[in-house]
Every structure is written in structure tokens, then in C-alpha cells.
Design a protein. Sequence first.
Length: 215
Amino acid sequence: MKKLLLFVFAAFFLNTLSAQNPKQNEAEKLMDKISKRYKAFKSMKADFVYSIENKQQKSQEKQKGNILVKGNKFKLDIANQLIICDNKTIWTYSREINEVQVSNYSPKEGAIRMDDIFTMYGKGFLYKIIETKKDGKNEIAVIELTPKDKKKKFFKIKVTVDKTNQTIVSSQIFEKNGTIHTYLVTNQVPNLKFDDNQFAFDAKKYPGVEIIDLR
């Protein structure tokens, strides 16, 4: 569950393109422009609604969440879980059982670093704009990303962007098993001041918490 949340979280903040080149199409140029804007932020806070749907299984869940990001540190609150990372240690706290698992944070073990959020989708994807529309005075574009590697669990990603404000509105991941993960951004504020202690788990705030140290 933790890896799934981190994966979709990375897709949600899809600041993903590599350096611009002459062969880029319109969709790539747009994502590159938005990517550079997000990369310039020193920190960010975002509120979002996460939904997971599988029409074949007739299942659907929807949850609200928020995330704080400062460099490679983050604090993700979603699905009754609190995931905190200071770029060295990752704490995964479950409110249901009042338990926190502590692990070393290593990208080699499948964890997603903030660095990856800016690069992971720039490698091996095809891009195209599939829809443009107006939302008041703002111009909206829907960009479809198709992985070149057909072994991926998902076969496409749709990212809705506000071209006027150069922001990401939502993202959807379409898995081959029929599951659709959707993140809808309800609010995002860049360059806020966060203390470093916000990116470490304070057991004193959770009386009786069971600590499982996996390091």
C-alpha cells in the first residue's frame, strides 16, 4: 500500500520532462514548461481528492489527502495513513492500529525520491494533447502519456493542466487490470516555509503508538 501511494503521488506531481529538444511536440513542450515552473518551487503544499475505481469489479473509493513537500522531504496524509520522509528515514503511520513502521529511505528498494518525480516520466513516454477546452478565462489541456515499455502495469496516464496558470489540475493512471487512479487537485500553494521537524515522526504526539523499527 505504501509503495502504491508513493507511486500515484509521484504521478500526481507530474513534473517530468527532460531538457527540451527540437523534436518535442506541442504536448511535450507544454509539460516541459510546467515542469520547469514546479521545479523552481522550494516547497509546496497541496490538497487533493484521490479516487480509485474498477468498473469490472464495480468498486469505487474516494478519499481526501494533502501533501507537504520541501526539497526531497515530504509528508503525505491519505487513506488513514501518514507517510513522512526526511530523505533518510521514512515513517509510515497507521491511525487504525496506532502503529508506525520506520525504514531507511532508499530508492534502490523501490521507494520514490522527490528527484524521481521530476524525471521518471520523461523517460520512455509518448505524449499527445487529446483535448483542449475553456474553463472561464482559463485554457485547459488534457495530455495523454503512453509508456513505450509495454510491460508496465499501466497503459496510459492522462494529465489535465491549466495552460493559463501553468498548473496541474488532475492526473489519472489507467492500469491494465481495469483500475483507474485519479488525483484531483483542490488547492496548491508554493514556496511556503516549513520547519524541518515537520518531516520527522514525533512519537510524543501519538500516545501509546507501537514503533516497529525495520532499519
